[in-house]
Design a protein around this ligand. Sequence first.
Ligand code: MG
Length: 202
Amino acid sequence: MKIICIGRNYAEHAKELNNDLPEEPLFFLKPDTALLKEKDFYYPNFTNDLHFECEIVVKIDKVGKNIEQKFANKYYSEITLGIDFTARDLQQKCKEKGLPWEKAKGFDNSAPISNKWVKLKDIDFASTEFCFFQNNEQRQQGFTRDMIFNIDEIIAYVSKFITLKTGDLIFTGTPAGVGPVAIGDILRATLNGEEMFLFHVK
Ligand code: MG
C-alpha cells in the first residue's frame, strides 16, 4: 500500500505557513513504513522541530485509474484520523533549496493513524468536524466544508497520475493550528466528538 498526502488543502493552514493557495491538489507520498497504528511514537533524532498535522484519512476500497470525479465516491467508504508528522526544520531547508520533502515527511512512523474507522454512511460528512488535542489543550479544529479540494476531487486528480489500489490511504490535508510536539506529549483527536486516537510521544 501507499500513503498519499494532500498539502495546503485548508486556506487558513496554507496562510499560517506563508504558502499560496493551490490551484490544483498538491500531493506527495509517504512509504508504507511511515504507517503507525496506535502505538507509542518515538521522537526521531534527526529533527528538533517535529510538527503535528492532524488530518482526515480516507481508505481506498478498490483499484482505480483515471477515476472520474462523479464516480470517485465508489472508491471509498470509510475515514479515520491520522497525523502527518512533519520535520518542519528539514522541510524548510528542502523548500528553500527546491529539494524533495521525503526525509521531512516520509520517515518511519511519520503517519500514525487511528485503529478505528468510521463508515461514511453513518455520518454526515459535509458537516463533519475534527479536533486535535496536545496534552488536553485543543490545538486544531477542522471542518470538512473548509477543504479546498474535496475527497472526490482529490481521487479524480491523483488517479490521473497514480493508480489507486485497495488499502491505499489518502491524508486529506490539515487545518490551521499546526505546531511542535515534545517528548512526553499525549496527542489525541476526536471526530464529531468521538475519540479516535491517543498517542504518547516518547
Ligand atoms: Mg499535511
